[in-house]
Ligand binder design. Structure first.
Ligand SMILES: [Fe+2]
Length: 374
């Protein structure tokens, strides 16, 4: 007899609350959202964490769980039977050299270093479906996962020894395009560069190319898949958009971008929440200030349709002072803007008819912040 197995719902987000409880949110097909709290006033936190640990560690047979666990976990959307996973969107960033072109090997330098997998207590299954990633961090930049083909993996490991090693031209082209290497003699500047001074002085800064091209493409496909799978919520209240508060990959990136956000802010920060927003035609964002968990916002412009050659034709407007005209920030896809949305009123004009635009907002607070994190 076939045994059904359970896996952790890849669309689960888990977040510790200021009162010490563990808040779990899960979304399922149709956009239904479930919240469960382990801790004060809720289920036993120890019990819940033990179950989630076992699920996160790999598939477990339902019979291995406490008798009350199976129906509860499924009902709460915290676990899924493995057959339910078919067709759910994942996230994978391949790094593959193009067709071999021959020619002389190219001497390159790595722009950063390989690093061990960062410890974040997140649902890894949906992002690790491509096997073990190689983690890489450029100076001042986010920690990003890659799934390289053998040629790229060998080149990256070789470059990481700090000894310039010539690599085949097709591999070199890939590493240069994704910002993982520079030509010998070239500069490998910090990703966030002089952004700290600009952010301190004016409360906002545009950081070009925060998301490498392959990561940008993966995000575009993932965001489309979330909407198509009915896992986003549609709202036409403030703006006509499909949103996902705390999607698993966005929550992962919230943690992975923390070093970059801290480099820009010049101080330690604590992640609060990620918010994916796919705007539909004629959407506008009225001028507003943000809520307390949004002390710093890192806005990544993920997509725009039709795809622009240059800057996205939907600027972010930030008002630096009460008597000052708004500044228009025009991002290219993959660029990021970090801004103090609690202090500076910001808005977007009406999205042109027929256009769509998608942003991922990563929010951070100061370590002494005591309040809701979502
Ligand atoms: Fe805002």
């Amino acid at each position: 007899m076939a045994t059904a197995t359970l896996v952790l719902n890849p669309f689960l987000s888990a977040r510790e609350q200021p009162d010490g409880s563990l808040l779990l949110k899960a979304a399922r097909r149709g956009g239904m959202r479930i919240e469960t709290r382990f801790g004060p006033g809720g289920l036993s936190r120890d019990w819940g964490e033990a179950i989630l640990d076992r699920l996160a560690a790999g598939r477990v047979e339902p019979t291995g769980l406490p008798p009350q666990a199976l129906p509860l976990l499924i009902r709460q959307g915290l676990a899924l039977l493995d057959t339910e996973l078919d067709g759910l969107p994942g996230f994978r960033v391949p790094l593959a050299a193009g067709a071999a072109e021959g020619g002389e090997p190219v001497p390159l330098l790595a722009t950063g270093s390989l690093c061990p997998a960062p410890h974040v207590s997140l649902p890894w299954r949906c992002v690790l479906s491509g096997g073990e990633p190689l983690w890489h961090q450029r100076p001042g930049g986010p920690v990003l996962p890659w799934w390289p083909d053998p040629a790229c993996r060998a080149a990256l490991r070789s470059l990481d020894t700090q000894i310039p090693t010539p690599v085949p031209p097709d591999v070199a082209a890939t590493l240069l395009r994704e910002g993982l290497a520079v030509p010998v003699g070239g500069a490998a500047p910090s990703v966030t560069g002089g952004g700290r001074e600009a952010l301190a002085a004016q409360g906002f800064v545009l950081v070009p190319g925060l998301l490498p091209p392959a990561h940008l493409a993966a995000w575009q496909a993932y965001a489309d898949a979330l909407v198509a799978a009915g896992l986003t919520e549609h709202s036409a209240k403030a703006a006509d958009r499909d949103t996902y508060h705390g999607d698993p990959v966005g929550t992962l990136f919230l943690h992975l971008f923390r070093p970059a956000a801290e480099a820009l802010a010049g101080r330690p920060l604590v992640p609060s929440y990620a918010f994916l927003s796919a705007y539909r035609a004629a959407s506008a964002l009225d001028e507003h200030l943000d809520r307390p968990p949004c002390e710093y916002t890192l806005s990544l412009h993920i997509d725009h349709r039709p795809r622009p050659d240059g800057p996205v034709p939907w600027p972010l407007r930030i008002r630096p002072g009460p008597d000052t005209a708004p500044v228009e920030l025009r991002c290219r896809l993959g660029d990021g803007v970090v801004f103090r949305g609690r202090r500076l009123p910001h808005s977007r004009p009406r999205l042109p008819e027929g256009d769509r635009s998608t942003t991922l907002l990563l929010h951070y607070v100061h370590p002494d912040y005591r309040g809701p994190l979502d």
